[in-house]
Design a binder for this molecule. Structure first.
Ligand code: 5AD
Ligand code: SF4
Length: 478
C-alpha cells in the first residue's frame, strides 16, 4: 500500500497530502543511503510499541514509512533508530518508557549517530514533553498522535536539527493512502475512527487522542478491498468506541451498516472489532452479528464496574441492570458468543459493597476472559480530583480476589469447549515447539496444533482435544 512517486528534491515540497510525505520519503532515501555508505552497512530501525491495538496499528504505519525511507528492520537493542510509540492510559505505562529511554541513552553514548524518537499518547501530555525537552536532550524527535502521518517530514528534519518537537493539541484531518507495513500477511487492523468523546471520568484517552472522527466508509472499504487483494482474510475494525461510528459524517451510516459493507468484500472471511461501549451497542448490531457467518462470535464489552453508583461516577452512562440486560439480549441472539471485558478496581469512592457488585456481575456474565486493572490516577481527568481515593492495599486485595474469580471462570468456560470442533486461523510458529503452530478460533481463543510454517494464514479444522487452562491443544481434522 504505497505509491512510489518521484519528485524534484531541489524544488519546494508539495503542499497537499499525502504527496508532501512521499516527497519527504524520497528525500529520506537519499539521507539514509548517505549515512549507510558512511557506516558501510544498511541503517536499521526498530519501532517499540506500548499499549493498545490502536498503537499497534500506528506502529505499522510508522514501519511502512521507515521501509520507504530505506531503513531495514532492526531490534531495540541494536537499531540505529529506535522509535518508542508510547501509551499513557495508566501510570506504569509512562514509567516503562522512561526505563527503556535510559537504556537507549547509554547505547547512544557509544553510537553517536543513533536516533531516538518518542511518539504516541504520552507525548500528548505537555508535562511529559517538557520533561523530555529539559532532561532527555539526547532524544531527536518528539511527535504526537495527531500528526503521525507527518513522520517522514519530521524525521527528515532531524538530519539538520538536534531535537525536533511537534505535538498538536487536536486535529480534524485524516490523511489517507500512506504506506503501511503489516505484522501479519493474512490479517490486519483497520482504523474506522479516531479519538473518543465519552470522557469516562478516569480516562485520559479523550485528552490524548482527541475528539471522535470517523473515516468515510468509501475509504474504509477501499482499504479493505486492497488488503483482501493482498491476501488478507481477517479484518479487525478499530476504534475507541466503534458503536458510535458514523457520527459527524456527511452521509448517515451506522456501525452495523458498515459491518455489512465489510462482509460483502470478497475474500474477507473473519471480521472482528474493538472496542464496544455498552451504552451505544444497538439492537441492529446484535442482529447483524447474529445473521453473519463472518463476524466473529466474540464481543469485548468493557464493564469497568458492576456498581451502578460507581458507574455513574465513572460517567459510563449505563447501570448494572442495563448492562446485564444487554448481555442477556446478546446471549439470546448468539448463545455461543465469547464475552470479554475490562474492569477497574479501586476507583475513587469504591466501597466493599460496590466491589461485591462487580464480583456479582462477573459471576453472572461468566466472561471468557477479562482484563483487570488497578485504578490509576491520571492528572487532568475528573476522577484524579475525587476526594475519596481508595488506599492501595485495599485496592490490591480486591484486585487479587477479582483476578482469582475471573481466572476460575475463564478456565471453566474454556474447559466446556474441550473435545468440540472448531476452525483455527494459524497465525505463527509456536515459540517453544518447532513442530507446532499457534492459531486463533472464531471466539478468539488460542489453540496450538501440529503444523509448519506453510500453515500460516490457513484456516484449519481442529478438535479441541485438550484444554490447558485458557488455551487448547488441537488435533487437526484435515
Ligand atoms: N486506571 C486504570 N485503568 C484504566 N483504564 C482506562 N483508564 C484507566 C485508569 N485511569 C482501562 C479501562 C479501559 C482499558 C483500555 O484501560 O478498563 O477499558
Ligand atoms: Fe476511555 Fe471511556 Fe473513551 Fe474508552 S470510552 S477510551 S474508557 S473515555
Amino acid at each position: 500500500m504505497s505509491e512510489n512517486r518521484t519528485f524534484d528534491l531541489t524544488q519546494a515540497p508539495p503542499v497537499e497530502e499525502p504527496a508532501r510525505q512521499y516527497y519527504y520519503m524520497e528525500k529520506l532515501r537519499g539521507l539514509v543511503a548517505d549515512q549507510s555508505k558512511e557506516l558501510g552497512r544498511p541503517l536499521t530501525a526498530s519501532v517499540v510499541t506500548f499499549g493498545c491495538q490502536m498503537n499497534a496499528r500506528d506502529s505499522e504505519k510508522l514501519k511502512g514509512i521507515l521501509r520507504e525511507a530505506g531503513y531495514q528492520e532492526g531490534s531495540e537493542e541494536d537499531a540505529d533508530f529506535v522509535i518508542y510509540n508510547t501509551c499513557t492510559v495508566r501510570e506504569n505505562a509512562n514509567n516503562k518508557v522512561y526505563g527503556r529511554l535510559g537504556q537507549a541513552q547509554s547505547r547512544k553514548r557509544n553510537h553517536p549517530w543513533m536516533k531516538i524518537a518518542l511518539c504516541g499518547c504520552m507525548m500528548q501530555e505537555p508535562e511529559e514533553v517538557e520533561k523530555i525537552k529539559k532532561s532527555y536532550r539526547f532524544v531527536n524527535l518528539v511527535f504526537g498522535t495527531h500528526n503521525i502521518y507527518k513522520f517522514a517530514e519530521l524525521l527528515a528534519r532531524t538530519f539538520d536539527e538536534k531535537m525536533v518537537v511537534d505535538v498538536w493539541k487536536e486535529t480534524d484531518q485524516i490523511v489517507e493512502n500512506l504506506p503501511v507495513e503489516r505484522k501479519y500477511a493474512f490479517k490486519s487492523g483497520v482504523n474506522i475512527m479516531f479519538g473518543c468523546n465519552n470522557f469516562c471520568s478516569y480516562c485520559i484517552v479523550p485528552y490524548v487522542r482527541g475528539r471522535e472522527r470517523s473515516r468515510r466508509p468509501e475509504e474504509i472499504i477501499a482499504e479493505i478491498k486492497k488488503l483482501a487483494d493482498d491476501g488478507v482474510t481477517e479484518i479487525m475494525l478499530l476504534g475507541q468506541n466503534v458503536n458510535s461510528y458514523g457520527r459527524g459524517l456527511p452521509q448517515e451510516i451506522s456501525f452495523a451498516q458498515l459491518l455489512r459493507q465489510v462482509e460483502a468484500v470478497p475474500g474477507i472471511r473473519r471480521i472482528r472489532f474493538m472496542t464496544s461501549h455498552p451504552k451505544d451497542l444497538s439492537r441492529e448490531l446484535i442482529e447483524t452479528m447474529a445473521a453473519s457467518d463472518k463476524i466473529c462470535r466474540h464481543l469485548h464489552l468493557p464493564l469497568q464496574s458492576g456498581s451502578s453508583r460507581i458507574l455513574k461516577r465513572m460517567n459510563r452512562k449505563y447501570d448494572k441492570e442495563q448492562y446485564l440486560r444487554l448481555v442477556e439480549d446478546i446471549r439470546r441472539a448468539m448463545p455461543d458468543i465469547a464475552l470479554t471485558t475490562d474492569i477497574i478496581v479501586g476507583f475513587p469512592g469504591e466501597t466493599e459493597e460496590d466491589f461485591l457488585e462487580t464480583m456479582d456481575v462477573v459471576r453472572r456474565v461468566e466472561y471468557d476472559s477479562a482484563f483487570t486493572f488497578l485504578y490509576s490516577k491520571r492528572s487532568g481527568t475528573p476522577a484524579a480530583s475525587f476526594e475519596d481515593q481508595v488506599p492501595e492495599d485495599v485496592a490490591k486485595d480486591r484486585f487479587d480476589r477479582l483476578l482469582a474469580l475471573v481466572q476460575e471462570i475463564g478456565r471453566k468456560k474454556a474447559k466446556a469447549l474441550e473435545s468440540s470442533e472448531a476452525v483455527a486461523l494459524v497465525e505463527e510458529k509456536n515459540a517453544q515447539d518447532p513442530a507446532m503452530v499457534t492459531g486463533r478460533l472464531d471466539n478468539n481463543s488460542v489453540v496450538h496444533l501440529k503444523g509448519s510454517e506453510a500453515d500460516i494464514g490457513h484456516y484449519i479444522p481442529v478438535r479441541l482435544a485438550e484444554c490447558r487452562g485458557f488455551y487448547y491443544i488441537g488435533e487437526r481434522l484435515s
